[in-house]
Design a binder for this molecule. Structure first.
Ligand code: PEP
Length: 243
């Protein structure tokens, strides 16, 4: 849509290397036509401070500081130049038992620090097969609304990532993705009319071949890219697919 600047955000997960990061810094150039973001493992953030693209983390603590061994505070991410934080990725929800409430508290912490959360929502296959996608996604959003004021909706990015499509090579069709994006758009605009400008990203096996058709849908404002964000040529091709 012309009211929303497209965004392509890579999520390296627990992959990559400093050498790969240096390749990205020299070859991936920011464009005025979109926001290009790379969400890196924590140890690589400092090395990305001179990149022309924007940098994000993949999680952060819900707490500002304190006795939380092994956790990372959002203020530390900010010191390293990160401006985005993925919150509630399905792998965090699964591997670390992150509840909807914990995710909501993290969104609040990131917003309070002045960074932009990329809030991930999306259903497992069983929920889709049972026809309950909208209800499931609504409850994930409602949990955040219950904790954060409704103006969070105009300050965050929302990524719709059906779990059955993440890392599986099984992409939602552009129509399936648009259907959920349209539902999310309708609901968030009911909560806060300024959310008409909130970017909604699709994530789940986006690649250089399928990106264009997904990004052409009216409520899909870009993508959150896992596997294909580790290959410089593929990632550049996906960035070019929004133009
Ligand atoms: C992700 O991890 O957010 C993701 C969408 O992964 P992939 O593109 O590999 O499916």
């Amino acid at each position: 849509s012309n009211v929303r600047k497209p965004m392509v955000a890579g999520n390296w997960k627990m992959n990559g290397s400093l050498a790969l990061l240096h390749t990205f810094i020299s070859e991936l150039k920011a464009s005025p036509l979109l926001d290009t973001v790379l969400c890196l493992p924590y140890p690589y953030l400092a090395a990305a401070s001179k990149a022309s693209f924007k940098v994000g983390a993949q999680d952060c603590s819900q707490f500002g500081a304190g006795a939380h061994t092994g956790d990372i505070a959002v203020g530390m991410l900010q010191e390293l130049g990160a401006t985005y934080v993925i919150v509630g990725h399905s792998e965090r929800r699964q591997d670390h038992n992150e509840s909807n409430i914990a995710v909501a508290l993290k969104v609040q912490t990131v917003l309070n620090a002045g960074l932009t959360p990329i809030l991930c929502v999306g259903e497992p296959l069983k929920v889709r097969e049972a026809g309950n996608v909208n209800k499931f996604v609504f409850e994930q959003l409602q949990a955040v609304i219950d904790v954060c004021s409704k103006d969070f909706l105009e300050k965050c990015i929302i990524a719709y990532e059906p779990i059955w499509a993440i890392g599986t090579g099984k992409t939602a069709s552009p129509e399936q993705a648009q259907e959920v994006h349209q539902f999310i758009r309708t609901e968030i605009v009911k909560w806060n009319h300024n959310a008409v400008s909130t970017r909604l990203l699709y994530g789940g096996s986006v690649n250089a071949s399928n990106a264009h058709a997904l990004f052409a849908k009216p409520d899909i404002d870009g993508g959150l890219i896992g596997g294909a964000s580790l290959k410089i040529d593929d990632f550049i091709a996906i960035c070019n697919a929004v133009k």
